[in-house]
Design a protein around this ligand. Structure first.
Ligand SMILES: O=C(O)c1ccc[n+]([C@@H]2O[C@H](COP(=O)([O-])O)[C@@H](O)[C@H]2O)c1
Ligand SMILES: Cc1cc2nc[nH]c2cc1C
Length: 348
C-alpha cells in the first residue's frame, strides 16, 4: 500500500512566534484556554502566524456491517441507507448543522448495502454491499481495505480547502470501533464496548459476548492492515485514508466521535504523525471513547453527551474553530489597544 509522507509539526521558531502573538493579545496569559492551543496547532499545520480557513469539507462516510445481523445494534442495517437518504434530503442533524454553518456536505457511499440513485452531494466509492460477518471471517479482504484507504485519499485530493470534518454512518459500527480499539490500542474489550445506538442491558451483554468471540476469531491478525481488514468497516477504512491524505496536504482534520476516532487510530498505526493534524471535536457518550481519546492524545473541544455520529459533533465544534482563528487575527494587542500588560505588583 502507498502511504503518504506527513510532515512533523516541530517548527519551534514558528511555535514561539504564534505563542508570542497569542500572549500579546489583550487578555491574561493563557486565559482563552483550549482556544489558544487550537489556534497554535492550526498555525503550525498551515505554517503561518496568520492561519485562515478555506472551503471546509464535511464528509460523512457510510457503510454497512455484516456483524449487524448478530444483534449488536439497537437498530436494523436498513437504517444506514435510510439515513443516507435523509442526509441528502436535508433532514438529518448533520444536514441541518451543515446548512446552519455553511459547510459543504458530502455523503460518501463507502459500502452501504443499497443501490442509490446518483445525485448531488452523494459520492459513490462503494467497495461492496456491506462487509462480511467478521465472526466467521475477515470483514473485508486486505485488498478491499487498501482500496478503501486509497479511495479516501483520492477523494480528499479531489476536494478544495484546507480543513476536513470527518464523520460516519453505519449500523453496527460501534462494534468495529470497539474491536479496533481493543486490538490496536491494547485495551480490554469491556472498556471499549458500549450501548451504541441504545442497546439495553441484555443487548449490551450479547454484544460483548459476540465481540469477545470476534477478537478470538481474529487473534492471529497482527499488522494494522490485517486488523483493519478483519474487524473494520468500509467507511472506517475510507475515513482513515481521508485523514492520512488530509494531513499529508497540511489540512486540519476535525474528528467526530467514537467511530471516526477509531478510523484515525487505525490511520495513526500506518503513519503516526497524522495525529498532530487532528482536532477531536467532542467527547462522545460512548464509554470506549475515553480510552480512545487517550490513544489519540488530544483534548476534545466539546463535552455535550453526544453519541449520534454522522459528523454532527464536528459540525457543532466548527464555530469554535472559526473563533480560534478569528480571535488570533482580530484581537488587539496590549500595545495596539494601549492596555497595560504589566501584572499588578501589589497582587499577592
Ligand atoms: O460517534 C459516536 O460517538 C457514536 C456513538 C454511538 C453511535 N453512533 C452512531 O450510531 C451508529 C452505530 O451504532 P451501533 O449501535 O449500530 O453500533 C452509527 O451510525 C454511528 O454514527 C455514533
Ligand atoms: C436514526 C439514526 C440516525 C443515526 N445517525 C448516525 N447514526 C444513526 C443511527 C440511527 C439509528
Amino acid at each position: 500500500m502507498n502511504l503518504p509522507e506527513i510532515a512533523d509539526l516541530h517548527d519551534t521558531a514558528l511555535r514561539q512566534r504564534l505563542q508570542q502573538r497569542l500572549d500579546r493579545k489583550t487578555k491574561p496569559t493563557g486565559s482563552l484556554g483550549r482556544i489558544e492551543s487550537l489556534a497554535l496547532q492550526v498555525g503550525l499545520i498551515q505554517q503561518t502566524e496568520a492561519p485562515k480557513w478555506r472551503s471546509p469539507q464535511l464528509l460523512v462516510f457510510a457503510g454497512d456491517h455484516g456483524l449487524a445481523a448478530r444483534g449488536v445494534s439497537a437498530y436494523p442495517s436498513d437504517v444506514t441507507w435510510q439515513m443516507v437518504e435523509n442526509f441528502l434530503a436535508g433532514g438529518a442533524a448533520v444536514s441541518v448543522l451543515a446548512r446552519q454553518h455553511g459547510l459543504a456536505l458530502s455523503v460518501v457511499d463507502a459500502g452501504v448495502n443499497h443501490t442509490f440513485a446518483p445525485r448531488p452531494g452523494l459520492i459513490d466509492r462503494k467497495i461492496g454491499f456491506g462487509t462480511a460477518d467478521t465472526l466467521v471471517g475477515p470483514a473485508m479482504s486486505e485488498a478491499q481495505c487498501v482500496q478503501a484507504i486509497e479511495a479516501g485519499r483520492e477523494l480528499v485530493r479531489s476536494l478544495p480547502g484546507n480543513v476536513v470534518l470527518l464523520g460516519e454512518m453505519g449500523i453496527g459500527n460501534t462494534s468495529s470501533a470497539a474491536l479496533l480499539l481493543a486490538r490496536l490500542g491494547g485495551e480490554d474489550l469491556e472498556r471499549c464496548t458500549g450501548r451504541g445506538t441504545g442497546l439495553d442491558d441484555a443487548g449490551l451483554a450479547r454484544k460483548l459476548s459476540v465481540l469477545r468471540s470476534v477478537l478470538t476469531r481474529h487473534r492471529e491478525a497482527s499488522t494494522p492492515l490485517a486488523v483493519l481488514a478483519a474487524m473494520g468497516g468500509f467507511e472506517i477504512a475510507m475515513l482513515a485514508g481521508a485523514a492520512l491524505e488530509a494531513a499529508a496536504e497540511r489540512r486540519t482534520v476535525v474528528v467526530d466521535g467514537f467511530i471516526a476516532g477509531a478510523g484515525v487510530l487505525a490511520a495513526a498505526r500506518f503513519v503516526p504523525r497524522v495525529l498532530g493534524y487532528c482536532v477531536l471535536a467532542h467527547r462522545s457518550a460512548e464509554p470506549g471513547h475515553a480510552a480512545l481519546i487517550k490513544h489519540l492524545g488530544a483534548e476534545p473541544l466539546l463535552d455535550l453527551g453526544l453519541r449520534l455520529g454522522e459528523a454532527s459533533g464536528a459540525a457543532l465544534a466548527w464555530p469554535l474553530l472559526v473563533s480560534a482563528l478569528t480571535l488570533l487575527e482580530q484581537m488587539a494587542s496590549f500595545e495596539s489597544a494601549g492596555v497595560s500588560d504589566r501584572r499588578d505588583k501589589r497582587a499577592p
